[in-house]
Write a protein that binds this ligand. Structure first.
Ligand SMILES: Cc1cc2nc3c(=O)[nH]c(=O)nc-3n(C[C@H](O)[C@H](O)[C@H](O)COP(=O)(O)O)c2cc1C
Length: 323
């Protein structure tokens, strides 16, 4: 395993070299929050930006890719959740626009990895268990994101926390591991590296930035959140970590009554996540966010956030007690 200091040195960090970035931080692809503007700002700040294709039609994805290209000459990628029907077409659009970095999630790594590798792309798949990490490696991915229970968005069923998941995935595979879930500051990055990750993927912290396309109401709400502001819900459909607003309370009541998947799907309906995260309805919308929201204090610009993360990381490492 690499040492902590070599993990952050872009000359030696495997993932910095793979993605051609300066700092081993990946801005997560996120529905309704991660468009071309955010991805380009991240690339300009020396980290890897990802466009979250999950909430976009193929045509809109093309627009966001072209926008990002007009705003940066740096590398950026796309996140394609494989559970949505449009995934195949999104992949075609991204390839036709010259995107070379694909983070796939919520599906089998076998589905598209060989195809994307044939096209010369770099492929990373998201896993929430060591067993799936091994399958990702067998499918030929370049790296895995190991995402723990603290994470915002869709989540693993088995509630494996980042602290416990990362060392197991690092042991299980030979490819580089990117830690995700609960990392919102430099101390979190240091902790992830100590566990054996070579980079971090951060979502929640990037929702609350100036360049994210999340609605200002959502960003402001996050600044008031507490340690218990989120909960994993909708396990009968696709498990997702939600901010505890009125919509979440309705989900909870149904779940406590033992509602079926069909009833939950009926309550969820269509467009809930857009209504909340993008259109700013904090009462009725679905608000996907990680436990780490309790640690957010402001909504910085990306350049400021990345500089801060670097400083916090160095301070955290310097402050480690001797053993
Ligand atoms: C608002 C939001 C939307 C997300 N959407 C996606 C998505 O479309 N695809 C995906 O693979 N992960 C998605 N995620 C998960 C992130 O990619 C990332 O792994 C996670 O946020 C990391 O944990 P953190 O939130 O504690 O930083 C989302 C997370 C958030 C907070």
């Amino acid at each position: 395993m690499q040492t902590t200091s070599s993990n952050t040195n872009s000359n030696t960090n495997t993932l910095c070299k793979l993605f051609a970035i300066n700092f081993p931080i990946i801005q997560a692809g996120m529905v309704w929050a991660a468009g071309g503007k955010l991805a380009a700002a991240c690339s300009n700040a020396g980290i890897l930006g990802l466009i979250g294709a999950g909430s976009m039609s193929p045509a809109l994805l093309r627009e966001h890719i072209l926008k990002a290209k007009s705003l940066t000459s740096g590398n950026f990628g796309v996140n394609i959740p494989l559970l949505y029907q449009g995934a195949k077409e999104q992949i075609q659009v991204a390839l036709s626009c010259g995107v070379k970095i694909f983070f796939t999630s919520a599906g089998s790594p076998k589905n598209y990895t060989p195809y994307l590798k044939d096209k010369g792309a770099t492929v990373v798949h998201v896993t929430s268990t060591p067993e799936l990490a091994i399958k990702c490696q067998e499918a030929g991915v370049d790296a895995v994101v190991a995402e723990g229970f603290e994470a915002g968005g869709h989540n693993g069923r088995d509630e494996i926390t980042t602290m416990v998941l990362i060392p197991q995935v690092v042991q299980a595979v030979k490819i580089p591991v990117i830690a995700a879930g609960g990392v919102v500051n430099g101390a979190g990055i240091a902790a992830a590296f100590a566990l054996g990750a070579q980079a971090v993927q951060m979502g929640t912290a990037f929702v609350a930035t100036m360049e994210s396309s999340a609605h200002p109401n959502f960003k402001n709400l996050l600044l008031q959140s507490k340690a218990d502001s989120t909960m994993l819900a909708l396990k009968k459909l696709v498990p997702v970590r939600l901010f505890k607003n009125c919509f979440y309370q309705q989900v909870k009541e149904l779940e406590e009554r033992g509602a079926s998947a069909e009833e939950l799907q009926q309550l969820l309906g269509k467009g809930r996540a857009k209504l909340g995260m993008f259109e700013g309805d904090m009462v009725h919308g679905e608000l996907e966010i990680g436990q780490g929201c309790a640690l957010l204090k402001d909504t910085p610009a990306i350049a400021e956030l990345v500089a801060r993360l670097k400083q916090e990381y160095q301070d955290a490492v310097a402050a480690l007690p001797s053993f």
